[in-house]
Design a protein around this ligand. Structure first.
Ligand SMILES: [Ca+2]
Ligand SMILES: [Ca+2]
Length: 97
């Protein structure tokens, strides 16, 4: 059984896979989606939004330079070879995207 109004946004669907006893004849549901073409620059954890998890990752890298360990150019939003206040301000610009 499939219910829904295709002309409305936010339409709900119900799919009952027990209507047939033959597994190969049961309906299947395929969901296709497209990721945003340009994820936010400050989305460090790749969840397609900029939030507190990204902030804490940024704080972990704050003050770093390309010295021996811990350097990750991902956090150098203002690409000057140091993770500092310029990067923080760019991060804040993206917060909530
Ligand atoms: Ca994120
Ligand atoms: Ca920087």
């Amino acid at each position: 059984m499939l219910l829904g109004d295709e002309s409305a946004t936010g339409s709900a669907k119900s799919l009952n896979s027990r209507e047939t006893t033959t597994p190969s004849q049961r309906p299947t549901l395929t969901i296709e989606y497209t990721l945003p073409s340009t994820p936010p620059a400050a989305d460090f954890d790749d969840d397609l939004s900029v939030g507190f998890a990204d902030f804490f990752l940024f704080v972990d890298h704050f003050g770093q330079t390309p010295a021996p360990t811990g350097w990750d150019p991902l956090f150098d939003l203002y690409a000057d070879g140091r993770i500092g206040m310029d990067d923080f301000f760019l991060f804040v610009d993206h917060l909530g995207e």
